[in-house]
Design a protein around this ligand. Structure first.
Ligand code: ZN
Ligand code: ZN
Ligand code: FE
Length: 759
């Protein structure tokens, strides 16, 4: 008889780890115990040596489906004889903590949901040890029912029986419940007080009739309507004041996806996998999805139902004929955090919809849907949130201590670092007002509590007016400030677990530079200690202040004035750039520097190129003009080499030469798609050339910044660098946009506090 103590580290909470261990033990007659100690599960296994070895084998080869085992520690121990195998109640310890993200409904639960003979038939909250809410219902660790928002729902005897029976799929499943004892859906503020079945049927009838419904899911509310009904989608756009930004859709099942979209094998696995992000797929030409869903966009953001209530919206036994594809867009005021409770809904989105389907299980932490694109067959994340956050990045480099990084101002996420683990948060949103800032502060507070992190420092952006920086200041912790585009590169390094020197190409919207000007097209020589600005795109006058980020034609005019001097007026007129007023007004503003700033923003450069080519003169959401330019470029099939001679000039990338070329060629009547492609090609060539020229022995280049969401630009830059013999670090699961910078800030902060210089 021997006893071994086995410690298992990783995602071992909330994935049915202990029950699986108990089942393996029972199958081999092993005695002992298993307990959940927060950062790890501790197992005592007693039996014949051979049995114990087989048991350890089983743990390795057949862990629970959703677990992620990072490490196993095995030691022989002296122990008294056990009578049986027990699951010990959770005890609290500190150390490395892993919180499981929420998990989409599993196949077995889905089967039961529609099985008339199952006692959970049509139960909107069905779940088991392999699926269901986790992060979003969690108040504290360890993950046990009394520390989740399920604590208000005592189990009925039947559920309790399953919960305590190792032979069932719900053994030790914390959110287990049924139609008798679980939470309940109901129509919000309803005169008729429709609840349960009646509520679902009513909401389905509203949607089927062309109406708009708000539906509470796992991490927040969605606004939903029939995606085949152009009028319904158009009305939603008008109500939401969102003229063009694509809406995501939820499709009933995989068949519906195949009907409407092209899908590759590597995408299919993620579409149907247990995280269920929104994935970007190419739309089929004959798809009948309303044009208003993603106007002028060849791609469609698609997800499958992941909360049981969503499955019930598609399928129910009430005879209503439901569309198999619904618009499913975050229920929020444009840019703000997703609504999480009924009061949020009443204050923000009640007037956008005809009915609200809510429920009485509290959402403790918001989790907006993740959005994933693909690059060369690999995920290329646009928004990392539900299903992924807050899984940590484990750095090989050893750090001690803790910091909290507050991220950027748009697409905000924050990141808590504890020792060598970095936990990027779920998506908060834009911090354009106090609501956003408060959501950030509240979520950050919760996450620090959950992770039992006591940060010594707060890390934030250099920008003096960012709400994220204000949140960092209000934390009362000493501040560490990080330049925006350097943080982008650090984020790419952190994701790749790379901590040596790199050349960073940070192509981005706007960020505050160390010289007080607006940066955004930067070549930076970076180490964990700091960075040096090695090159940048040609500075231009950013005229019109904030308006210019919506009106690219203003930037175009300003650039053409610098490039063409006296000839600029005729060129601007011919290119149709004078959208309002007269050329003179813009010229006066430009010459007298009225409401202008010096800028190297690559995002604005894209907007200007888009306007010069007549693709988009202005935009209703960030990136619209650039995305349209990229799609236009993808249409080009001709000769793909362009030569404008030398593209770098000292530490300046001659982007003015590229803009001149576009304007002249466009006026000569050259093909717009060809010029759109040429722009990408020449820009990629220019930044790569600069990176090479300034590499000074460094052989690794990191690409980051919002403009690298553009896959054509990413591909062209990567190819150019690889042809020159450089290693290229790219993002994959962390977004290249501002949603990723908190991770970079956290890495910098941890390095700084571990090398206590000047802080
Ligand atoms: Zn399940
Ligand atoms: Zn029950
Ligand atoms: Fe940025």
């Amino acid at each position: 008889m021997i006893t071994k103590r086995i410690k298992v580290y990783g995602i071992v909470q909330g994935v049915g780890f202990r029950p699986t261990v108990a089942r393996h033990a029972a199958s081999l007659g092993i005695k002992g115990s298993v307990s959940n100690l927060g950062p790890y599960v501790e197992i005592y296994a007693q039996g014949e040596e051979q049995q114990v070895d087989r048991f350890i084998d089983l743990l390795r080869t057949q862990p629970p489906k959703r677990a992620a085992v990072l490490k196993m520690d095995i030691k022989a121990k002296d122990a008294p004889a056990y009578d049986d195998f027990n699951i010990v109640e959770s005890a609290k310890t500190s150390g490395e903590i892993f919180v499981s993200p929420d998990i989409a409904i599993c196949d077995e639960c889905l089967k039961e949901l529609f099985d008339k003979n199952n006692r959970r038939y049509l139960h909107p909250f069905i779940n088991c040890t392999c699926c269901g809410p986790r992060l979003t219902i969690l108040e504290a660790l360890p993950y046990d029912r009394e520390r989740t928002s399920m604590k208000r729902f005592p189990m009925c005897p039947d559920c309790e029986k399953e919960y305590y029976d190792p032979a069932t799929r719900r053994y030790d499943a914390q959110p287990v419940c049924c139609n008798k004892c679980g939470p309940e859906v109901f129509v919000l503020d309803d005169e008729k007080n429709r609840r349960g079945r009646e509520a679902i049927t009513y909401v389905r009838s509203v949607i089927a009739g062309g109406g708009i419904a708000a539906i509470k899911g796992i991490g927040g509310f969605h606004l939903a309507c029939n995606a085949y009904d152009n009028d319904a989608v158009k009305r939603l756009r008008e109500l939401k004041h969102r003229p063009a930004k694509p809406f995501a859709v939820m499709m009933r099942d995989e068949n519906e996806v195949l009907k409407n979209c092209y899908i590759e094998d590597y995408q299919r696995g993620i579409l149907t996998g247990h995280q269920k992000p929104i994935i970007l797929l190419a739309k089929k030409e004959d798809s009948a999805i309303a044009e208003q869903v993603a106007p002028g966009n060849p791609m469609l953001g698609v997800m499958l139902p992941y909360a049981p209530v969503q499955s019930l919206i598609f399928d129910y036994d009430d005879g209503i004929d439901m569309p198999a594809c619904l618009v499913m867009t975050s229920g929020n005021l444009s840019g703000l955090p997703i609504c999480r409770n009924d009061d949020d809904v009443r204050a923000e989105i009640r007037s956008y919809c005809d009915v609200v389907l809510t429920h009485n299980r509290r959402i403790i932490i918001r989790a907006d849907d993740s959005v994933m694109d693909f690059y060369n067959g690999r995920p290329y994340m646009i928004r990392r949130s539900r299903g992924y956050a807050p899984l940590p990045y484990m750095m090989t480099k050893q750090f001690r201590g803790s910091v909290i990084a507050y991220g950027g101002e748009l697409k905000n996420t924050f990141c808590v670092a504890v020792n060598s683990l970095m936990y990027p948060s779920s998506y908060i949103g834009d911090l354009t007002d106090l609501k956003g800032k408060n959501a950030l502060k509240e979520s950050a507070g919760r996450m620090m509590e959950l992770l039992e992190a006591k940060p010594s420092h707060a890390v934030c952006d250099l920008h003096p007016l960012y709400n994220s920086s204000a949140a960092a200041e209000e934390s009362g912790l000493p501040l560490i400030r990080v330049q925006h585009h350097y943080a982008h590169i650090l984020s790419c390094m952190a994701e790749n677990d790379y901590t040596d020197e790199v050349i960073g190409i940070s192509l981005d919207g706007t960020g505050y530079g160390t010289d007080g000007t607006i940066w955004g097209g930067e070549i930076l020589r970076c180490s964990l200690d700091g960075f040096e600005r090695a090159g940048h795109i040609r500075p231009f006058l950013h005229t019109g202040g904030d308006i210019a980020s919506r009106e690219g034609f203003r930037i175009a005019i300003s650039m053409l004035i610098d490039i063409f001097g006296d000839e600029a007026e005729a060129k601007c007129n011919e290119l149709g750039l004078i959208r309002q007023g007269s050329f003179k007004t813009y010229k006066t503003m430009h010459d007298n520097r009225i409401n202008t700033a010096v800028s190297t923003s690559c995002g604005r450069l894209f907007d200007a190129a888009s306007a010069i080519l007549g693709i988009r003169y202005e935009q209703s959401f960030e990136g619209e003009a650039a995305i349209a330019l990229e799609f236009k470029a993808m249409e080009y099939e001709g000769d793909k080499v362009f030569d404008l001679g030398e593209l770098i000039d000292g530490d300046v990338i001659a982007t003015d030469r590229i803009i001149r070329y576009l304007a002249e060629e466009k006026l000569k009547g050259s093909d717009t798609a060809k010029l759109a492609y040429a722009f990408h090609y020449l820009l990629a060539k220019g930044v790569a050339k600069m990176a090479v020229a300034r590499s000074d022995g460094i052989k690794t280049v990191a690409l980051s910044g919002g403009c690298y969401q553009n896959k054509l630009l990413t591909g062209l830059t990567e190819r150019e660098l690889k042809e020159n013999g450089y290693n290229v670090l790219l993002h994959s699961m962390v977004p290249p946009n501002d949603g990723g910078i908190a991770l970079g800030q956290a890495l910098y902060g941890m390095h700084k506090i571990n090398n206590q210089e000047d802080i």
